[in-house]
Design a protein around this ligand. Sequence first.
Ligand SMILES: Nc1ncnc2c1ncn2[C@@H]1O[C@H](COP(=O)(O)OP(=O)(O)OP(=O)(O)O)[C@@H](O)[C@H]1O
Length: 360
Amino acid sequence: MAAIDETAVRARIGAFRTAEGAGIPAGMVDSVATREGLVQVALMVAKADAARQEPMRRALEADLAAMPGVRNATVMFTAPRAAAPQPQAQAQEPGTLLGQVGSIVAVASGKGGVGKSTVAVNLAVALARQGKRVGLLDADIYGPSLPRMLGTKGKPEMAGNKLVPIEAWGLKAISIGHVVEEETAMVWRGPMVLNALTQLMTQVAWPELDVMVLDLPPGTGDVQLTLAQRLKLAGAVIVSTPQDISLLDARRGISMFRQVRVPILGVVENMSFFCCPNCGTRTEIFGHGGAEAEAQRLGVPFLGAVPLLAPIRETSDAGTPIAASAPESEAGRAFAAVATAVAAGLDGAGPARGPRIVIE
Ligand SMILES: Nc1ncnc2c1ncn2[C@@H]1O[C@H](COP(=O)(O)OP(=O)(O)OP(=O)(O)O)[C@@H](O)[C@H]1O
């Protein structure tokens, strides 16, 4: 079978014509990667143009797949390069990343929708309010919510060839949502996700930080496992709701981190109980306490319970995290308590849990 290489793929892209006879300008090709008959091409397309270009994407994919020696071809859209570095399909050079960060803490959940990002943002803000220099990296590539939650919609500035983290609520923050269009990241496969995240660490001018909070994508799939393996994390915070099903997922998350020897800092029970804003009655909708009991059973710390409260969602949507905008509220105090517990866990972790990230 003919060996397929980048030059051959680029030549094929150059010769490709749509049914209407349109070609693909070379400047539109962001990256081409080939490996053992697998071809991955990223084309730079503005978000507004993506739907119109979709038939072209599919036709090109089919055309590349028909090349002799190609086992599978994937063509994906990525945002135009002007504003920020784009993920490359090539692997990063091995090296040490984020050496200037004291402790990297991953916030994870076994499944989506349990409030992982809400906890990550408010935990980061609460740690900053306690005097720590805190960074927040939104690695939730499939649903980056940090720009909305911090109220930072603009693109980050560039300093030389590096991105400058956005400053908001006492944090230095970068989200994958700051640098790529949401729909673009949605179609990325594992290696692209990992390369994009690596770039967020290497191509961002992170200052000296005490803690970096990493909002991981939900779930316990390959991306999470590889990240946990590749990054030398100081610890993981698992977010769960009290429902059984979510606890089951949390258990899966805990065992994933244990498998790759990342210390579990503890479990946060989110949407733990409902406090009526009118009468103050506390209602335990999902049977509060499940996460605490489960944490005990699994031998991991319980970091605290965060109530289900409309202002938590409202402040998230408004870009004014409650840990900053209403730190004395019930929710604000709950996040502060979680931050105190996390900081205590990190202090107890000692230098052996080391801050350095090594990409293999
Ligand atoms: N304690 C809470 N009280 C009220 N609303 C909450 C609470 N926690 C989260 N929410 C709301 O629930 C929704 C989901 O939360 P969030 O986006 O943080 O979840 P997630 O686990 O990060 O989801 P995904 O992983 O799918 O992005 C959001 O609208 C958020 O504002």
